[in-house]
Design a protein around this ligand. Structure first.
Ligand SMILES: [Zn+2]
Ligand SMILES: [Zn+2]
Length: 337
């Protein structure tokens, strides 16, 4: 089978390998579609993410769907949860498997991911897909799961005014979830006009093209909200300017949900602003048990995940796919086997 391995920063190579063996409780999956995620781009560009560094020729890929060829669910199309929390630690027992420090993760550290034709993965992490969800949309359920968890953390109420700062795939999915959660006003910001155009198609009521200057969008948003500001701001850019704008434009007593992953592994905010406003700050760490909701929302047409797919490449052209994703030319790049 073909697999794609990361040798170093900006160095992905196609390998020819034996089909992996399955262990107890595992299924063999013929991978069909894989999404390229911002976190994959950290690995691709920096040969690591945060404090995790490249230890072996890693197969990336954690947003994927395929067909089971061996084991439980044999013959069925499935979406795959790429995170395997231990299930035993204090945090797993407390109902926070997303915070488990012993989590194994597809395409991270020692665990090879989905950029290959076949992979073995525990059957307990597989979710059969209805026919109404195609393989590419099935791969989008993972980022949608993150967006569901992100909006869950915002504790939104119908009629709230929210900000989506950063309209990459996670931002655009978070936007749709915020709309479903009852936001009456959704202000989207981004550095790229094509992303804002899509944000408006997907439910943003207003958008601001950022020029990257400090205080620019917060001034505009405060002026547009009678100086009140937004109830909840979802920061989905992983960029300090977006974080600053979030703290400046959220209302007194409001909530900032930080979902983006900063390249330099540092996030800061002006303490006096956050303190005087008495803000609630929430950090997004992956997701909880949200796949059933993600499947329900996509199969009923309540969330449009397919609208985000801007580029498609074959597995052997993965290097090209990652370059396009790195250039932020489109929205979501999908690789098919
Ligand atoms: Zn991801
Ligand atoms: Zn655990």
């Amino acid at each position: 089978m073909k697999s794609v391995r990361l040798h170093a920063a900006h160095d992905l190579r196609v390998h020819d390998e034996p089909i992996p063996e399955t262990n107890d409780g595992e299924a063999l999956i013929n991978v069909k579609a894989i999404g390229v995620c911002g976190s994959d781009l950290h690995w691709y560009c920096e040969a690591g993410i945060g404090d995790a560094k490249l230890h072996h020729l890693l197969v990336l890929g954690h947003e994927f769907a395929g067909v089971v060829t061996e084991g439980e669910f044999k013959g069925q199309r499935v979406a795959v949860d790429p995170a395997l929390p231990c299930g035993h630690c204090e945090w797993c027992q407390e109902g926070h498997p997303n915070l488990c420090p012993n989590t194994r993760f597809s395409g991270h550290g020692k665990d090879d991911g989905a950029l290959r034709e076949y992979m073995n993965w525990p059957a307990s992490a597989l979710f059969p897909l209805p026919d109404s969800i195609n393989d590419e949309d099935g791969a989008m359920l993972e980022p949608l799961g993150v967006a569901i968890h992100t909006v869950d953390l915002g504790h939104m109420k119908p009629g709230m005014h929210v900000g989506i700062f950063g309209c990459g795939p996670i931002g655009l999915l978070t936007l749709q979830m915020a709309r479903l959660a009852g936001a009456s006003r959704i202000i989207a910001t981004d550095l790229h006009q094509h992303r804002l155009d899509l944000a408006e198609e997907l439910g943003a009521t207003e958008s601001h093209l950022s020029s990257g200057q400090n205080h620019e969008e917060s001034k505009a948003i405060l002026a547009n909200t009678n100086k009140r500001g937004l109830d909840v701001v979802f920061e989905c850019a992983g960029d300090q300017r977006a974080v600053d704008a979030a703290f400046e434009s959220v209302r007194i007593g409001g909530t900032v949900v930080l979902c983006g992953i900063p390249s330099d592994d540092k996030t800061s905010f002006v303490a006096s602003v956050a303190r005087r406003k008495g803000l609630t700050i929430r950090m997004v760490r992956r997701m909880k048990h949200v796949y059933p909701r993600a499947i329900e929302l996509v199969s009923r047409g309540l969330v449009d995940v397919g609208a985000l797919i801007s580029h498609r490449f074959r597995l052997e052209d993965s290097e090209k796919a990652f370059r396009i994703a790195e250039a932020r030319e489109g929205i979501k790049v999908i690789i098919t086997t």
